[in-house]
Design a protein around this ligand. Structure first.
Ligand SMILES: Nc1nc2c(ncn2[C@@H]2O[C@H](COP(=O)(O)OP(=O)(O)OP(=O)(O)O)[C@@H](O)[C@H]2O)c(=O)[nH]1
Ligand SMILES: [Mg+2]
Length: 286
């Protein structure tokens, strides 16, 4: 019997967890490209994977995961120096992580995934910063009834209702990592995946530099806790481009091989091997 490794994908809604799984399953089941992790055999119920991968191949939006549609996928894999193993990954709803932040509770089932996880993939979409910029806050304020006019200003600050939604994205991600540290009491391996990398690759920065520049609090948290968290940063374009843009979508569909849509960058290296962040989590230090 082969051993089982459990990985945990975490990230807020729309951070790219399901798209990554869909592209991963395409690559593994296609078997035509050289990947660090390879599919050993097919078995079990693959209907969920096949469904999301069908959407991915057609460049359609994968369905949003909600608490009712969460699934655990099990992949039968092998890797040269590691032998055969089963990899179990739950596709959890970003909504559940949002709830963890507001309710400060974790469901028993999620906690069980945390306890059993060999490693964690933390997903974040590069657009995350947009909503936290001051200019956005000011625009929003201007559209609100009773917004901050000079008159209101002179009457003192307008009492607003604070909600956890207002927390900057990087604060939320640090909180999610802190929950994990609290629940596991063991060193964590975290692969930070900046998804939709095609949106920011023209900036010319490696993913770890992007993280340090755009989410400095998260980056410093990871650095400061290097005794508890070992991390690596990857930029992953799982879909390959913006499918809401008709011409980009068409050029993705026109590619002779859908594998070419995928790009994975770590430091200065860019390739098509989407198994790389997972292999890193399972590999080094063993
Ligand atoms: N441009 C671009 N967009 C992407 C890429 N990968 C994912 N996206 C977009 O990013 C969003 C991520 O969506 P999902 O994969 O459903 O995210 P999720 O983390 O599973 O979200 P929940 O199910 O709500 O937790 C979608 O709007 C995708 O279209 C990519 O490689 N490039
Ligand atoms: Mg999802």
């Amino acid at each position: 019997m082969s051993n089982t490794e459990n990985l945990l994908f975490i990230g807020l809604p729309g951070s790219g967890k399901t798209t990554f799984l869909a592209a991963l399953w395409h690559v593994l089941s296609d078997r035509s490209s050289a990947t660090t992790l390879k599919l050993r055999r097919l078995s079990g119920d693959r209907s969920y994977l096949n469904q999301i991968t069908k959407e991915w191949r057609e460049c359609a939006q994968v369905p949003r995961t909600n608490l009712q549609t969460e699934q655990v996928v099990v992949l039968h894999l092998e890797r040269g120096d590691f032998g055969a193993f089963d990899l179990s990954i739950p596709d959890l709803a970003g909504e559940a992580f949002k709830q963890q932040l507001t309710d400060r509770r974790i469901s028993r089932s999620h906690d069980a995934f945390v306890q059993g996880a060999t490693g964690v993939v933390l997903f974040l979409h590069p657009d995350v910063q947009k909503g936290t910029q001051l200019t956005t806050a000011l625009q929003l304020e201007a559209t609100l009834p009773g917004g901050l006019t000079d008159e209101a200003n002179s009457a003192g600050p307008v009492p607003g209702t604070w909600s956890p939604e207002m927390l900057p994205h990087q604060v939320r991600l640090v909180e999610l990592l802190q929950f994990l540290l609290e629940r596991t009491q063991k060193a964590l391996r975290v692969a930070v995946v900046v998804s939709a990398w095609d949106l920011v690759e023209s900036l010319g920065m490696p993913p770890n530099v992007f993280l340090a520049r755009e989410l400095p609090l998260l980056q410093q948290f990871l650095e400061a806790n290097d005794d508890l968290i070992e991390h690596a940063v990857f930029g992953v374009s799982a879909q390959g481009g913006d499918i809401t843009d008709t011409s980009q979508k068409q050029s993705l569909l026109d590619l002779d091989d859908a594998l070419k849509r995928i790009k994975v960058r770590q430091d200065q290296n860019t390739g098509h091997d989407i198994t790389k962040p997972l292999a890193w989590l399972l590999g080094a230090g063993r």
